[in-house]
Every structure is written in structure tokens, then in C-alpha cells.
Ligand binder design. Structure first.
Ligand code: PLP
Length: 273
């Protein structure tokens, strides 16, 4: 390393590719970079999608995923691992095998189970495997409400606290249930943070109009990057939420449906009207 260059912690982002650049690995790279780290990446799948919905998911061959992971981990000092869309049982198994070989690297996992447009991105077998084999290895998971419902088997009307407790019981250290999909919250969105041995923390934000593609990836990657930089879990979550909300206030439309968070506009210029 050049002595003058700053040391950037490496976050290994594992997830799928969205050709429109709204979600997935591109979202991870942008969010991790803006939050002060370098993103190394491993692809679990390709997707065919536009800003409206995912049309097809094409898993990467498990051996290719394994090779991406092992070569990167052998070469780089990875500070933290961020996992997004797994997309297939074989990808999840390859990732779990790798995590068992690197038990000291913290893991932030955004359990992507469906696309913003509604398409299913995980079947029941994969969801069960995620609950039993991936979540116990995590420092933090960041499900939205439908994902928390699917992972716990609790009904949609279940209290956040029940879902949070059930997810902690699976073995993760912390759970951030994001509130964007909650019905009837009026002008506010409330996120719930659960940590083993601590009371829950609620964080409310003004609801922004519109639908966004890649907001979950943006948030989990921002938190992972901040943890990699040494922030406490609480600070990383607070700062990650603030960054993500800001990216939504600067979102833009490239297609017909969901908007893309303005991830690279952390300190956007003030435009005079
Ligand atoms: N990763 C990929 C490749 C996706 O296609 C999607 C959703 O379609 C996601 C992640 C999750 O996107 P979001 O952050 O909007 O939940």
C-alpha cells in the first residue's frame, strides 16, 4: 500500500446483480464507498429486471461463487461481510461454508426474499435454510416487515417485539426490522432495533413519497461500512439510517417504476430555485 494513501477497510459484499443499477451489488459498492470503505464483491446471481420488477434470476454456479469468495478472502483483509440476495440454496450453502471458515469476520445480512415489484426471490426451502444456517452466524440482520414475517412464521399482525425476539432467538446478535412496508403509519416510518440483552430502540423518520429500488441494500451496506470503520452497532445503525434517508431525499428516476436512491450525493450542492 502507498504510505500516503489512507487505509480503507474492506467490506466483502455478497449479492446479486441488478442491470438497472438500483439494487444489489452496485448499490452495495456505492453505499460502502460513500460510507468510507472499499467494496470487494462476490456475485451470487445475475438478474433480468427493470425498475418495475425482477423477471428472472440466474444463479451463479456454486463453484464459481466459492472461488470468488476464497480468492478474495485469501488476498484481502476483509473487515466485515455484507450479504444481500442469495437467490438459491446452493449459493446460501456456499456462503455458509465460507462463513464457518472465517468465524471472526462480522456479518451484516439483508435477507432479500422478494423484489420491490413483488416477485419472489426465495422459496420455502431457502427461507428455512436462511433461518437455520445463515442468521445464527450474523452480527446484524436487517429484514423489512414482510421478510421478518416470513422468517419467523409469525403472522403479519404480529408485534414487532415478538418478531424481533424470535429472530434474536435464531442466534443473530442484533435485528433491525425496517418499517417501510408497515401499513397505516401515516407520515412516519418507524424502524425497530433489537439487541441481545438490551431493550428495543425505535427510530422514526418522515415518510417520503414514492417507491424506491435498492433502499434495503443501501442501508445494510452503509451500516456494514460503518461497523468496519469501528463505529458501535448503535452508532452504525443510527448513521446508516440517516445516510439512507438522505439518499431517498435525493432519489431519481431512470425508468418507469421505482426510483433509485441518490447514494453518491451525500453532500449534494444546494440548487437555487
Ligand atoms: N439485490 C438484488 C439483485 C435485487 O434484485 C433486489 C431486489 O429486486 C434486492 C437486492 C433488494 O432490493 P431492495 O434494497 O429494494 O430491497
Amino acid at each position: 500500500m502507498n504510505e500516503k494513501s489512507p487505509h480503507l477497510p474492506v467490506v466483502l459484499a455478497i449479492g446479486g446483480h441488478d442491470p438497472g443499477g438500483g439494487a444489489g451489488i452496485q448499490a452495495d459498492i456505492e453505499s460502502i464507498g460513500v460510507n468510507g470503505c472499499h467494496a470487494a464483491t462476490a456475485l451470487t446471481c445475475m438478474t433480468i429486471q427493470d425498475s418495475c420488477d425482477v423477471r428472472q434470476l440466474i444463479p451463479i454456479a456454486p463453484a464459481t461463487l466459492q472461488d470468488q469468495l476464497s480468492v478474495t478472502l485469501a488476498d484481502c483483509q476483509v473487515a466485515i461481510i455484507k450479504i444481500g440476495l442469495l437467490g438459491s440454496l446452493s449459493a446460501a450453502e456456499a456462503v455458509v461454508e465460507m462463513l464457518h471458515k472465517h468465524p471472526t469476520i462480522p456479518v451484516v445480512f439483508d435477507p432479500v426474499l422478494a423484489a420491490g415489484g413483488g416477485s419472489e426471490l426465495a422459496n420455502k426451502r431457502l427461507i428455512d435454510y436462511i433461518a437455520q444456517a445463515v442468521i445464527p452466524l450474523c452480527r446484524l440482520i436487517t429484514p423489512n416487515i414482510p421478510e421478518a414475517v416470513q422468517l419467523t412464521g409469525l403472522k403479519g399482525a404480529a408485534a414487532h417485539d415478538d418478531m424481533g425476539r424470535r429472530l434474536l432467538d435464531l442466534g443473530t446478535d442484533a435485528v433491525l426490522i425496517t418499517g417501510t412496508h408497515a401499513p397505516d403509519q401515516g407520515d412516519e416510518i418507524t424502524h425497530h432495533l433489537y439487541r441481545t440483552g438490551n431493550p428495543p430502540i425505535r427510530s422514526s423518520w418522515r415518510r417520503l413519497a414514492g417507491e424506491f429500488h435498492g433502499s434495503g441494500c443501501t442501508l445494510a451496506s452503509a451500516i456494514a461500512a460503518r461497523l468496519a470503520r469501528g463505529e458501535t452497532l448503535l452508532t452504525a445503525v443510527e448513521q446508516g439510517l440517516e445516510y439512507s434517508w438522505l439518499t431517498l431525499t435525493h432519489s431519481f428516476k431512470t425508468g418507469k417504476c421505482q426510483s433509485i436512491p441518490g447514494r453518491l450525493l451525500r453532500n449534494p450542492p444546494q440548487h437555487e430555485a
